[in-house]
Design a protein around this ligand. Sequence first.
Ligand SMILES: NC(=O)c1ccc[n+]([C@@H]2O[C@H](COP(=O)([O-])OP(=O)(O)OC[C@H]3O[C@@H](n4cnc5c(N)ncnc54)[C@H](O)[C@@H]3O)[C@@H](O)[C@H]2O)c1
Length: 365
Amino acid sequence: MSRLLVTGGAGFIGANFVHHWLRQHPSDRVVVLDALTYAGNPENLATLQGSASLRFVQGDIGDTPRIEALLREESIDTIVHFAAESHVDRSIHGPDAFIATNVVGTHGLLKAARQVWLQEGLAPAHRFHHVSTDEVYGSLGPDDPGFSEATQYQPNSPYSASKAASDHLVRAYHHTYGLAVTTSNCSNNYGPFHFPEKLIPLMIVNILHGRPLPVYGDGRNVRDWLHVSDHCRGIELVLGQGRPGEVYNIGGGAECENIALVKLLCRVADEAFAEDPQLRARYPQSPAAAGNAASLITHVKDRAGHDRRYAIDCGKIERELGYRAQVKLEAGIRDTFAWYVANPGWWQRVMDGSYRNWLATNYGR
Ligand SMILES: NC(=O)c1ccc[n+]([C@@H]2O[C@H](COP(=O)([O-])OP(=O)(O)OC[C@H]3O[C@@H](n4cnc5c(N)ncnc54)[C@H](O)[C@@H]3O)[C@@H](O)[C@H]2O)c1
């Protein structure tokens, strides 16, 4: 039985991971530590509320004494570190929070793990797993091979630079102090509980409301889309069989230009509206009702320093740990569209801020 501390477990990927982990390992203990920034939403864990396996703690990864106390009190042997400021656009307008959380905060967490696990010797068999991004590797040309674990770091945004710094700190705590760390660098995730400021959920919600679909520049930027369930399976493999000190790249094998992805979403929406008359009644302002969601596509000024292409070479995790991405892009997009249509309350509360009332009722915040 493992005892996990999952940081950022109320965010998009962290929450999906907690659901995945407790489905696969129901007798494990999972303590979620999350500061509940704008991106943190404990409603993502609501269906697990009351489970004896799960404890939610509101707190900051930079609060080293608090984390040390949690590690001791809960006899934690595994940290899975998702907590971060994660939105590139926000990092362009306000980089400070990214340095505070992604760099200084990660260091606070590492210090706590070193103190309790190594200096006090409370968890001889332990693992610190750090979740990072392919954006640390910079941008690829159209014909370049995908990023491998040996690709040189060339972060281009304050977000990716802060993640790169955190990756280096994690590595250094292994080499200097012997902390048993692993790191995974993954491509763009999508799926349930994705905060509606990110590309795919933003497009879905805008299609439903008949609002413009803003596409940066010419829309030809390429991303390698990874369904969040495949990401969770990849992390599970690294936790189970990954070698301490090693880095594993996790990708979806689904490179796609942004404009092609938005057109795919429009097609999926048109088909869903054609099949379900109730959708037309619920969202009469959507041109998907007339089979024409793509009429909403609007090109807008490109993001500053916008990386052109990311692609992941996940040969190492495939060879060494038997990882295979299971969700094909079109099927994953259909499922994701269906999830947002089935859960309007979730994204409406996130978008109008009323989930803060839900927080106050359920968490006294
Ligand atoms: N979303 C992606 O496509 C993607 C791709 C590659 C890597 N990643 C990485 O995966 C991780 C999770 O990403 P996500 O998309 O779920 O992010 P998210 O923004 O949805 O969630 C981040 C969570 O961290 C919490 N948090 C922020 N600052 C904190 C702090 N100081 N202390 C404690 N909790 C704090 C937030 O409240 C939120 O719940 C991040 O480390 C991100 O860099 C994400």
